[in-house]
Design a binder for this molecule. Structure first.
Ligand SMILES: *Cc1c(COP(=O)(O)O)cnc(C)c1O
Length: 373
């Protein structure tokens, strides 16, 4: 069987270093807010290219904390509008709404799968204060035009970098382009922990200080509470593990890019569409999405032949039960992507042989006539 992602194999690759790090933390007797967290925050800030990094409990919290801090600092106000891609993972939207801000969904571009720069301006109103730009699938979503719109309308640019650790825009890493960025270290992400983890990166000291306080019960000084905070911290074990994996991240992303190259060069079934190919610098291939009008049949065929795939994502946010008031809305591009998308196995541990096998199966897949099932 070719698994979608083998976390076991990824961990095994760095077993020695990871065991050393885990043992060090266990033996230290210090498990929260210590030197491991401090070291990882410094290393991750250096890696991303921002002055500040604040560890937190998960990627959703990272985004919640950023918007919450902007409200606490008086820069955003409840009811302000935030533009967000309609095809994002639901966490991006939850982070906006959790703060009493209004999420305004905008369609992606069909070719790039990222927020459509040409549809943003139409969605801007006098209450629009921010864009939450999601580098979905590991692809850089930032563009010159988005930069211009942020400047023209004085919008805060927040990056959701949960799927794009290590990706570049020009000479800058994603996560260092906007005013602030949220990162997730969910195990399956390009940089993944042994459980939940997240971080905020920013060049803004006031924001970093506020996020750090909010993540620690709203406290900057022990037992003195400045804000209505929450408890959202990155623990020492996760920080130690992440610090090991961060050292290998660029190399791991390069291996993903090699897999992607094989897919791009090898897949030639006319019934399968691949997203527009970006320069490797601009795509760290968190996922490798392909598109087919016979997606469900294709998924079953691959599964019958021992290849595990996933769908990102089968139900768009506006069609979810938790957002009933949005269910009547039409976002045809997003809806079509959700019906045709299939994510192929990709990681730093999948072998060339396995990738060839997947390509071979895809090229042998016969398009079914629309009338039969
Ligand atoms: C994974 C993910 C998140 C949330 O991260 P968690 O650590 O799972 O909370 C947010 N946005 C996007 C785009 C993601 O893929």
């Amino acid at each position: 069987m070719i698994p979608f992602l083998s976390l076991k194999d990824i961990t095994a690759k760095y077993a020695e270093e990871i065991h050393e790090a885990v043992n060090r933390v266990v033996d230290s007797g210090w498990y929260l807010q210590g030197s491991e967290n401090e070291r990882f925050e410094q290393h991750y800030a250096d890696y991303i290219g921002t002055k500040y990094c604040v560890g937190c409990a998960n990627g959703l919290d990272a985004l919640i904390l950023i918007y919450r801090a902007y409200i606490e600092l008086g820069i955003l106000h409840r009811g302000d509008e935030v533009i967000v891609p309609a095809n994002t993972y639901i966490a991006s939207i939850m982070a906006i709404r959790e703060n009493g801000l209004k999420a305004v969904l905008v369609e992606p571009d069909e070719q790039t799968l990222e927020l459509d720069e040409n549809k943003i301006e139409h969605a801007i109103t006098s209450r629009t204060k921010s864009i939450l730009l999601v580098h979905l699938y590991g692809r850089c979503a930032y563009t010159e035009k988005i930069a211009q719109l942020c400047q023209k309308y004085n919008l805060l640019l927040v990056e959701d970098n949960a799927q794009a650790h290590g990706c570049y825009y020009g000479k800058q890493r994603t996560g260092s382009i906007g005013d602030a960025a949220g990162h997730s270290f969910y195990p399956g992400k390009n940089l993944g922990a042994f459980g939940d983890g997240g971080a905020v990166t920013t060049g803004n000291k006031d924001l970093a200080d506020c996020v750090r306080a909010l993540a620690n019960y709203g406290s900057q000084k022990k037992y003195v509470f400045k804000y209505h905070g929450r408890n959202s911290r990155l623990d020492e074990l996760q920080a130690a593990v992440l610090d090991v994996k961060l050292r290998h991240l660029d190399e791991d992303n390069r291996l993903r890019q090699q897999v992607a190259k094989m897919y791009y060069d090898g897949i030639n079934n006319p019934s399968i569409t691949l997203p527009i190919r970006l320069d490797d610098k601009n795509n760290v291939y968190h996922l490798f999405p392909i598109f087919s009008n016979q997606r469900d049949a294709l998924q079953k065929y691959l599964s019958d032949n021992g290849v595990q795939t996933l769908i990102h994502y089968p139900i768009p946010p506006h069609k979810q039960e938790c957002y009933k008031e949005w269910n009547v809305l039409d976002f045809p591009i997003t809806e079509n992507l959700s019906k045709t998308e299939l994510s192929l196995p990709i990681s730093q541990v999948i072998t060339s042989q396995q990738v060839e096998q997947v390509i071979d199966l895809l090229n042998k897949f016969e398009k079914l006539p629309n009338t039969t099932c």
